[in-house]
Design a protein around this ligand. Structure first.
Ligand code: TEU
Length: 546
């Protein structure tokens, strides 16, 4: 298997990254225009979220043709140019494969709708009276997960939007089709793949869920490991970089998805750390982050994955998440410090770090406060659901402001120019109004900027094997709000502490800190950190080598 331990991936949401033709919509040529910026940052791979033909009901996660490029994003020539130019700069491309479902506009689904039984078997159609869906499962975007088709007198399953129909992986023909798609893109020279919600592909049964929303019936299902091994093996992608997005998964399953000897994936995304501010586990119920829970998550998963030689993707943000800086950091007084602390905390851990576009310059949530300024299907659905559940407009929008996926989807803030330098036209979604202060142009040359701190973290991973290869063990007796761990490699040590609060936190380390270099957010030495019992300043990150 490919060694991914010293690699860093940068995630691009193309529609919001850079618009080359002024239509307000980011495109592939826009990505090519920014390759020098990405090379300067020092990343190894770009994960591009879907740019395939799609009605864009779920921003491209509803694919209608996996081999063709949506004209909104450009052409196949644009893609080839991007791949070639990236390669010249030592950067590989990872494509996003949405294989749990297709758009209902996909040719396969259209044939199914026309009554072609072969293609009906590509999806999950069930019989049930027209007023009684086959099960009580809930769609992840709200409402029942089944849609009735009168002409067929059948229901089809959609775990996401009703325009996203779940594929039937039990059908070997479906699995063959998907392998062919991987072979197609491999032949185009891509370096790897990200697999969307890939732990949902094997449905256990189609029974009512008496306890919950249905997820126990299809999450990490009975054949998922078998199907993944088959897909990866047959498509010949075992030596490529691969990452699976795992929804509501377990440590045991992640150990299998990414275990060194399992022949499934290079690594996994999982989300337990991004649910620590969900009240009673409900994304749409606000609560301050439970930092004790966050600390326990890191201990259990980092050490648990290590114990079984499995590998994590390290990330705070992606296109489905509010900005971690707004969520766990501080947008005001400690904007810069908390952005750097959050970055350092995960970049020095065991796993492969992912940077989501804009994190490297400290981008924040939208603060739109008006449902009409939001674009995401999930945000719009839940705004209505919250109101139906009795919340006032004001209360509902306050929740959407905190939790909307659009928080991570606003245009990349390149400069203080109009539309943050993203587009000369009107952007498909508004730019956050802090772009005059928070933008790439003001940071690239500044050696104390957030951007430069990310650059340093990336180059450290490449020069210090203790970061890419070292063992990790966590300090479990720190006060809540502080996270601390030690990496060890060939007799050397690296101790890392982060303060996730705006209060000082006393760390009693009994003088065990090693006597080497110190990294802190301002790169100014902190000689006092080696005193037994030093105080971590608000949002401070301290890393000490020995
Ligand atoms: O997301 C999967 C997923 O379940 C969550 O990230 C979800 O969007 C969120 O928790 C809802 O609260 C993936 C993609 O990343 C996302 O953009 C797609 O909408 C989704 O799959 C369907 O393809």
């Amino acid at each position: 298997m490919l060694n991914v331990k010293d690699k860093v991936v940068y995630q691009i949401y193309p529609r919001s990254f850079m618009d080359s033709n002024g239509d307000g919509f980011g495109d592939l040529k826009g990505v090519t225009m920014k390759l020098d910026y990405l090379q300067n940052l020092g990343v190894d791979y770009l994960w591009l979220t879907p740019f395939f033909i799609s009605p864009q009901v779920d921003n491209g996660y509803d694919v209608a043709d996996y081999r063709r490029i949506d004209p909104k994003f450009g052409t196949m020539e644009d893609f080839e140019e991007l791949a070639e130019e990236a390669k010249k700069r030592g950067i590989g491309l990872m494509l996003d494969m949405v294989f749990n479902h297709t758009s209902t506009e996909h040719e396969w689904f259209q044939k199914a709708l026309a009554g072609d039984e072969g293609y009906m078997d590509y999806y999950i159609f069930k019989e049930s009276p027209k007023d009684a869906p086959p099960t009580n499962w809930q769609s992840k975007f709200g409402g029942n997960a089944w849609k009735y088709v009168p002409a067929l007198k059948k229901w089809y399953l959609h775990l996401f939007d009703e325009k996203q129909a779940d594929l039937n992986w039990e059908n070997p023909k479906v699995r063959e089709e998907l392998k062919e798609i991987l072979r197609f893109w491999k032949a185009k020279g891509v370096s790897g793949f990200r697999f969307d919600v890939v732990n949902l592909i094997s449905k256990a049964d189609f029974e009512n869920d008496s306890m919950g929303d249905g997820r126990s019936h299809y999450t990490d299902g009975p054949h998922v490991h078998e199907y993944l091994k088959e897909l990866v093996g047959d498509a010949g992608i075992e030596d490529m970089i691969t990452v699976g997005e795992m929804s509501s998964t377990s440590l045991d399953n992640c150990i299998r998805y990414s275990g060194a000897d399992e022949h499934e994936l290079s690594m996994v995304f999982h989300f337990q750390h991004l649910k620590v501010d969900y009240k009673n586990g409900d994304k749409w119920s606000l609560m301050a982050p439970d930092l004790g829970e966050l600390g326990r998550f890191f201990v259990n998963w980092q050490e648990g994955m290590q114990d079984h030689n499995a590998w994590d993707a390290l990330f705070w943000d992606n296109h489905d998440q509010p900005r971690a800086l707004s969520r766990f950091g501080n947008e005001g007084e400690y904007w810069e410090k908390s952005a750097k602390m959050l970055a350092g905390l995960i970049h020095l851990m065991r796993g492969t770090p992912y940077i989501y576009q804009g994190d490297e310059i400290g981008m924040t949530n939208t603060h739109f406060h008006d449902i009409h300024r939001y674009r995401d299907v999930e945000s719009k659905n839940y705004f209505e659901i919250l109101k139906n559940n009795g919340l006032s407009e004001e209360e509902a929008i306050a929740v959407v402001d905190e939790r909307s996926r659009d928080n991570g989807r606003t245009p990349m803030q390149w400069s203080a120019a109009a539309n943050a330098g993203f587009s000369t036209g009107e952007p498909w979604i508004e730019v956050v109004d802090n772009f005059d202060r928070i933008n790439a142009a003001s940071q690239v040359e500044d050696e104390n900027s957030i951007f430069s701190f990310y650059k340093k973290l990336i180059s450290l991973r490449k020069s210090q094997k203790i970061i890419s290869e070292g063992r990790i063990s966590f300090e479990t007796d720190l006060p809540v709000g502080a996270i601390g761990y030690t990496r060890e490699y060939e007799g050397k040590k690296l101790c890392v502490f982060g303060n996730m609060t705006s209060e000082e936190i006393a760390v009693n380390d009994n003088g065990v800190l090693p006597a080497g270099a110190v990294l802190s957010q301002n790169d100014s030495a902190r000689p006092d950190v080696r005193d037994a019992g030093f105080a971590l300043r608000p949002y401070e990150l301290v890393a000490v080598w020995g």
